[in-house]
Design a protein around this ligand. Structure first.
Ligand code: NDP
Ligand code: MG
Length: 391
């Protein structure tokens, strides 16, 4: 059997390292063709020495000399810069591109990989949030499959039936570390508290998004584009145990759910092996330990970001792109102690009101919108008198 050649964008991150574990479990099926990272050059060197890819790319060009020197004794092509990441995905032998980098930076390489006909294993949900319509039209044009890695979307994908339309998608949400906090308590939470997710160990940005429920808002948008449903057909249910990863309701009222331990290696492996399932040594669900599965409605008064994401989805056009950019700035500011937890929603909402709306954006419009929304969000952060924004 010919081994599938895999490119991992963001190989040093949470998803990237777990994807390498999946590949290690199936050396007869998968081979690493390319690895990319942003700053963590030593980790990238270690991965390259272990997995021997054809190419490695470091986005931060200052790290290039170190990377080049450390791999000089191996036949590995070494590149640096964002353009090189966008180009490496087009390499002939690559079968699957796992988009596991974080944020808007994933958009351009994902578009290039689609144009080159590479199967996309999509972890980078921001790409779908920013430009879902454009991504879908490219995928149709180039007949490129996009397979979900996000656990909720993988769950839905596993529940779908080709011949039967869905009535509703039910996205489960853990509720994050602040599920039971009052608004008053939320006003004073720290980044250390926010970085402690109860069920999943993930990169910093998505962990903050999970605490603020922006992650769930983004997943609603992602679900719309991945599964072609209307926003009214997507329901969010808070399920703190994270045993049910999401559900599909069909026209007869039957509901199918996918259950499992919270381990991202399962959806990563499924995206690689689809339509087959492969054996795995990962943990198994023990129902004797699941004493209760509980469900509650999300509270968009305490978690405004979820409401803002729904609003952006309804408005369409470049509004989700505006929300994504403002959120990236807000999360970075929160992690740098420049903004309070609740201040994040304010920055996002005000940015939504101030950046020009474009109803049918082109790629160039998304690029301009992203830049303008970041500039606006930074300006809001720097404005004196916006006391509520600051800690
Ligand atoms: P991490 O922060 O752990 O890793 C991000 C990776 O992307 C790192 O390899 C990082 O490099 C690289 N990277 C960051 N910024 C850039 C950039 N500007 N250009 C190039 N590379 C960059 O994130 P996660 O693995 O947690 O998440 C990755 C994506 O997957 C996100 O979009 C997230 O929403 C999505 N996702 C993650 C889940 C999870 O369980 N972690 C679950 C579902 C979705 P470096 O290490 O050098 O900084
Ligand atoms: Mg998810």
């Amino acid at each position: 059997m010919k081994k599938k050649q895999i490119a991992i964008l963001g190989s040093t991150g949470s998803i990237g390292t777990q994807a390498l574990q999946v590949i290690e479990e199936h050396p007869d099926r998968y081979e690493v063709y390319a690895l990319t990272a942003n700053n963590r050059v030593e980790e990238l060197i270690g991965q390259a020495r272990q997995f021997r890819p054809e190419a490695v790319v470091i986005a931060n060009e200052q790290c290039y000399p170190r990377l080049k020197e450390a791999l000089a004794d191996l036949p590995i092509k070494v590149y640096a810069g964002a353009d090189a990441i966008s180009q490496v995905v087009e390499s002939g032998p690559i079968d699957i591109v796992l988009t596991a980098m974080v944020g808007y930076a994933g958009l351009r390489p994902t578009m290039n990989a689609i144009r080159a006909g590479k199967t996309i294993a999509l972890a980078n949900k921001e790409t779908m949030v920013v430009a879902g319509e454009l991504i879908n039209s490219l995928a149709r044009q180039y007949h490129t499959p996009i397979l979900p890695v996000d656990s909720e979307h993988s769950a839905i994908f596993q529940c779908l039936e080709a011949q039967n339309p869905v009535e509703k998608l039910i996205l489960t949400a853990s509720g994050g570390p602040f599920r039971t906090f009052s608004k008053q308590q939320l006003a004073h939470v720290t980044k250390e508290q926010a970085l402690k997710h109860p069920n999943w160990s993930m990169g910093a940005k998505i962990t903050i998004d999970s605490a603020s429920m922006m992650n769930k808002g983004f997943e609603v948008i992602e679900a719309k584009w991945l599964f072609g449903v209307r926003p009214e057909q997507i329901e969010v249910v808070v399920h703190p145990q994270s045993v049910i990863h999401s559900m599909v309701e069909f026209e007869d009222g039957a509901v199918k759910a996918q259950l499992g331990v919270p381990d991202m290696r399962l959806p990563i492996q499924y995206a690689f092996s689809f339509p087959q399932r492969l054996p795995s040594s990962f943990g198994r669900l023990d129902f004797m330990q699941c004493h209760e599965l509980t469900f509650e409605a999300p509270d968009t008064d305490r978690f405004r970001n979820l409401a803002l994401a729904y609003e952006a989805l309804h408005q369409g056009g470049n509004m989700p792109c505006i929300v994504n950019a403002a959120n990236e700035v807000a999360v970075a500011a929160f992690l740098a102690d420049r903004l309070s937890f609740l201040g994040m929603s304010e920055v996002i909402e005000q940015t939504m009101q101030r950046v020009a709306f474009v109803a049918t954006p082109s790629y160039e419009d998304y690029v301009a919108t992203d830049a303008e929304a970041r500039r606006m969000a930074e300006e809001l952060l720097a404005t004196p008198g916006q006391g509520c924004l600051h800690r």
